[in-house]
Design a protein around this ligand. Structure first.
Ligand code: F6R
Length: 627
């Protein structure tokens, strides 16, 4: 008989606290398949994926090879996909990715590796795809197929519209998929438009399929694939029809499933404070009513009769939750001096406070809390901003070009003396040459990367100045894990955490704002969040943490939901305008969408029957920082 959760979930889901744990378990399964086949003198056929999701799984396999002597001699691999038009040695080709992330660290024979060909001519594509399918069949099919899931719900590169029977073929990449790859390719215009991918039909022929997903950014698409009817709009939902498919998730990626969001619908509950708040706000949304208008019948009809027995009647429960939410609203994010503390999110004392806003990349601070920074400063607090990374990977070549051209133009317009500027002009020419030599896909030279950091620094300083943050309060840590690497290839070390710890110890904050708690662990914010936890643990020996409160802010993709919010800082229309103005100093795509989630949460509060604000920035209180 199906469990209650399974009545919503159309694909078996296994969930682990962290992706590391999940990957260990999967690696053990794959390792034992390989060994069994070795013992029987047979091959094991693995279907492999690229992207950031499988990286920790590949690390586990490498570890098993090194520490347990697991041999890959009898393993045959088929990769899901390859960008069309990239030669194998291109730094973003999936061929190279697989070499770097797995193959060059294990003993797999080169002849056993199969990756769709990215460089065959258009005329040869059809035949090459047919050959790929035949080769899979000739090896008896795939034993275990590993998958990630894209934001469009794609598996492989089977974008929306792919049919259930689709074979290996060439596909046009969706706009969202190209946007997601833009950072790897240092700009969307460099991302290939086409790819060769195994089809949904090819994938579904595998004997076993494990789709992995990490972090809250995947939570919504995972929910759709697992719980909604199967549709060609989300190719991962086709896995519902497979007899041996499984979703392997971490906490963040599970957070959209009914078992997590509405656990009262899938079994009996312990009505903790946080679950009660979640249930009541959900019910109000579902019934399209403000909280104070919910009646007993609303609760009874939605599986919450036991909540009423526990904490009812409804009008009392409604008032309690309404008041709790009301108390999250505060125009005093640093605490209101000389006021009664009881119902406010932040303590009045000490006043003024030292607030430290930590940001994985420049831009995060304004997106999440431009209005709050402004208020803190206007209310007399000192705000320091700590940028953990330089963000130079997000700066496009054009910014360097513009800089170099302005210098050259100054000299040719005779606005400055050519002799005095001789060296500078040579430097500008050198920059233009380096840009040309590396081309759109090449790695930035050290000079280019440094210059891009400087561009981002200057944007950050200007943006923050409009919020009242002086230059000496802006700290650029340029953590080494980022400077020495590229997206998806980060290897943080204790040096990174030490530098962060030093900044925190120098500022001795009374409040820290940070993000990344539920991000994909391989993303910049996921890495930074882990470093932050390490730095906090290392700081426990000092006195300052005793008085320090930590507030977590979220990314635009997965804003806090009303039941998660501990502090909601409202913004007036003028404050929203000021935030948009500040965001415009960053030369990237942030500005357009920068305040959408602030508007959205203000609408949610309004719909719940709370005050109607133009926009709201939100924060979650962090648990015990020593854990
Ligand atoms: C990769 C692939 C894609 C990725 C998906 C998720 O070979 O076929 O379907 O699995 O785009 O990418 P990441 O893991 O980078 O989030």
């Amino acid at each position: 008989m199906k469990s209650e959760a399974e009545q919503f979930e159309k694909i078996p889901v296994t969930f682990h606290e962290t992706s590391a744990e999940a990957c260990q378990i999967l690696a053990v399964e794959v390792g034992s398949l390989i060994r069994q086949r070795q013992a029987a003198g047979k091959h094991a056929v693995l279907g492999l994926a690229t992207g950031s999701t499988p990286v920790p799984f590949y690390r586990e396999l490498i570890k098993m090879h090194r520490e347990e002597g697991l041999s890959f001699n009898n393993v045959i691999t088929f990769n899901l996909d390859e960008y069309y038009g990239l030669d194998q040695q291109h730094r973003e080709s999936y061929f190279r990715f697989m070499q770097e992330q797995l193959f060059e660290h294990i003993d797999i024979p080169e002849a056993n590796i199969n990756i769709p060909p990215g460089t065959v001519s258009r005329k040869e594509v059809y035949q090459a795809c047919l050959d790929y399918e035949r080769r899979i069949d000739a090896h008896g099919g795939i034993d275990i197929q590993i998958l990630g899931i894209g934001r469009t719900g794609h598996i492989g590169f089977n974008e929306p519209g792919s049919t259930q029977e689709s074979p290996t073929r060439m596909i046009t990449l969706d706009k969202i998929t190209r946007e997601d790859a833009a950072r790897d390719f240092l700009g969307i215009k460099n991302v290939p438009r086409f790819a060769i991918t195994m089809g949904v039909g090819t994938i579904l022929r595998a004997k076993r399929i494990v789709l992995m997903a990490w972090g809250e950014n995947k939570a919504q698409i995972v929910r759709k694939a697992v719980e909604e009817p199967s549709t060609d709009a989300i190719s991962a939902s086709y896995l519902q029809s497979h007899p041996n498919a499984q979703f392997l998730l971490d906490r963040g990626a599970t957070s959209g499933l009914t078992r997590e969001c509405q656990p009262w619908l899938v079994g009996s509950n312990e009505w903790t404070d946080s679950l009660t708040r979640r249930a009541v706000t959900w019910l109000a949304g579902k019934q399209n009513k403000p909280i104070l208008k919910l009646v007993d019948d609303d609760y009874n009809e939605h599986g919450m009769a036991d909540l009423l027995t526990d904490q009812g009647p409804s009008y009392e429960l409604n008032i309690r939750i309404f008041n709790e939410l009301q108390h999250t609203i505060s125009g005093w994010p640093g605490g209101k001096p000389d006021a009664e503390d009881g119902g406010r999110p932040e303590h009045a004392e000490p006043y003024p406070k030292h607030s430290l806003v930590l940001c994985p990349e420049p831009g995060d601070e304004l997106l999440a809390m431009g209005g709050t920074i402004n208020r803190l400063i206007e209310q007399g607090h000192r705000v320091d901003i700590g940028f953990l990374t330089s963000g130079n990977l997000g700066v496009d070549d054009e910014s360097v070009e513009r800089f170099a051209e302005v210098i050259s133009d100054l000299v040719s317009a005779e606005a400055v003396s050519a002799t005095a500027w001789e060296e500078t002009t040579r430097f500008a020419e050198q920059l233009l040459l380096e840009l040309k030599e590396k081309g759109p896909f090449g790695d930035d030279t050290e000079t280019l990367r440094t210059l891009k950091s400087m561009v981002r620094r200057s944007e950050a300083r200007h943006a923050l100045r409009t919020c009242g943050v002086a230059n000496d309060q802006v700290h650029f840590l340029d953590l080494p894990f980022y400077e020495n690497s590229r997206y998806r290839r980060f290897h943080p070390s204790s040096d990174d955490a030490d530098q962060l710890c030093q900044l925190m110890t120098k500022v001795k904050p009374h409040q820290i704002y940070m993000t990344g708690s539920a991000s994909d662990p391989s993303s910049v914010s996921g890495v930074c969040y882990r470093l932050f936890r390490d730095a906090l643990r290392a700081s426990a020996k000092y006195e300052w943490p005793e008085q320090c409160r930590i507030w977590i802010y979220r990314s635009q993709e997965k804003p806090l939901e009303s039941h998660e919010i501990s502090m909601a800082v409202p913004m007036s229309p003028d404050q929203v305008k000021a935030k948009i103005h500040a965001l415009a100093h960053y030369n990237n795509e942030l500005t357009e969408t920068g305040v959408e989630s602030d508007f959205a949460i203000a609408r949610v509060y309004d719909d719940l029957g709370l005050a109607e604000y133009e926009a709201i920035e939100t924060f979650e209180a962090f648990g015990d920082f020593r854990t």
